[in-house]
Write a new protein. Structure first.
Length: 398
């Protein structure tokens, strides 16, 4: 097969704009995560209150995912994308200047809503801008790689920004988003034709493969974010680590995914989605169980580090496989509607688990009750994955 034709400068520029915005969305989560204890101390907020800065972003993200395709159909993808970037920039500025918890949380909800529009819309723009086949697959791979790397970059930036002020964790994305907005106005192409509106068929909500993928992704994302929240407050509040050290300690949970994203397709082709999902679901259960088993006086290298590595391995093994399994068995006409439903479930995992984790950390002595809750939810994801693996074996049996 001949190599795909090289991209011209305009295509590279469009891909850079879309991918850079994906980085911003991912940075937004990790920047604020590390800053939570500092924000809580500065504004006199409890852990229960300050965690809503994380939950609020997830709520906003989940709230607009299903509505986004209808907005694209009514207003056009380019208008929706650029309008969401402008809203993201404005919320960043307001958040950086806010002096009260309700306003700060509200800006996070708005930024989550903006990300819910830009992330899938950016992928849709790639689908209409880049020729189908190898060129489009390569563009999607670059787009996904940037998104995976953004969380790691946010951890590295957080320590530096917090040395100045926690407010810069909110203000920092604003000028970057405005530059991307200006470039996008000039370079992102308008829709060549009408944008279809996905129709959610009643049977879609009863599709077993989609439901299992949604539960697996929700438990994985909820477990991941809740565990990182626990680690941030344990390292900074209980162990007295500075934010930069806490941020570096979290890197083993996200670097593996950023490194292995280009190989996700070949992994699923070789091992199959059901096996990878089951292995990925088992990893956080083992990691959390190990952390529970270790004494509270255990060092980072013998307790936290193995857990973070196993949770990172869970994403490497199963996140792409879950995305594929969610839609691969569906008719082509249903896939466009299934994707936002699946992505909503991903965010709902964090929406439901983060407040409970914060409540247990605040109301109970020590971190073990919260960690036990996270482990139990991870076990639900494992049971769901094992059920899917059994069904998969039945289908391939002679």
């Amino acid at each position: 097969m001949a190599d795909p034709a090289p991209w011209d400068a305009r295509l590279w520029a469009v891909l850079f704009i879309l991918s850079a915005n994906m980085i911003l969305d991912a940075i937004e989560v990790s920047l604020v995560l590390v800053a939570l204890p500092t924000i809580g101390t500065s504004l006199g907020l409890s852990l229960w209150t300050v965690q809503w800065l994380m939950s609020g972003f997830a709520i906003g993200f989940a709230a607009l995912l299903v509505v986004g395709p209808r907005l694209n159909a009514g207003l056009g993808r380019k208008r929706v994308y650029l309008g969401a970037m402008l809203l993201f920039s404005a919320a960043s500025v307001v958040g950086g200047l806010a002096g009260s918890a309700p306003l700060l949380i509200a800006t996070r909800v708005v930024k989550g809503m903006s990300a819910a529009l830009t992330a899938p819309t950016g992928l849709a723009i790639i689908g209409t801008t880049f020729p189908s086949g190898p060129q489009q697959r390569r563009a999607v791979s670059v787009y996904s790689l940037f998104g995976a790397a953004g969380f790691t970059l946010g951890l590295l930036l957080s320590g530096a920004l917090l040395e100045v002020s926690w407010r810069w964790t909110f203000l920092f994305p604003a000028p970057v988003a405005l530059v991307l907005l200006f470039c996008g106005l000039r370079l992102i192409p308008a829709d060549p034709g009408p944008v279809p509106v996905p129709h959610i068929a009643p049977g879609l909500l009863r599709n077993g493969s989609l439901l299992r993928s949604a539960v697996g992704a929700a438990t994985l994302n909820g477990t991941y974010q809740s565990l990182l929240l626990l680690f941030v407050f344990r390292t900074q509040r209980q162990l007295g680590w500075p934010p930069w050290q806490s941020a570096l300690a979290l890197l083993p949970a996200c670097v593996p995914l950023a490194v292995t994203v280009p190989f996700a397709g070949s992994m699923t082709a070789r091992w199959g989605t059901s096996r990878l999902i089951a292995c990925g679901a088992a990893a956080p259960v083992v990691g959390c169980g190990l952390y529970l088993w270790r004494p509270t006086t255990a060092t980072y290298s013998t307790a936290m580090l193995p857990t973070l590595l196993l949770v990172g391995a869970a994403f490497v093994l199963s996140f792409a496989a879950l995305n594929i399994q969610a839609t691969v068995a569906l008719p082509t006409a249903d896939r466009a509607a299934a994707v936002p439903l699946y992505q909503t479930a991903v965010q709902l995992g964090a929406v439901l688990m983060l407040p409970v984790t914060a409540l247990l950390l605040s109301a109970c002595h020590g971190y073990r009750p919260a960690l036990s809750f996270i482990t139990a939810v991870a076990a639900v994801g494992l049971l769901t994955a094992l059920h899917g693996l059994r069904i998969s074996h039945r289908q391939v049996a002679p």
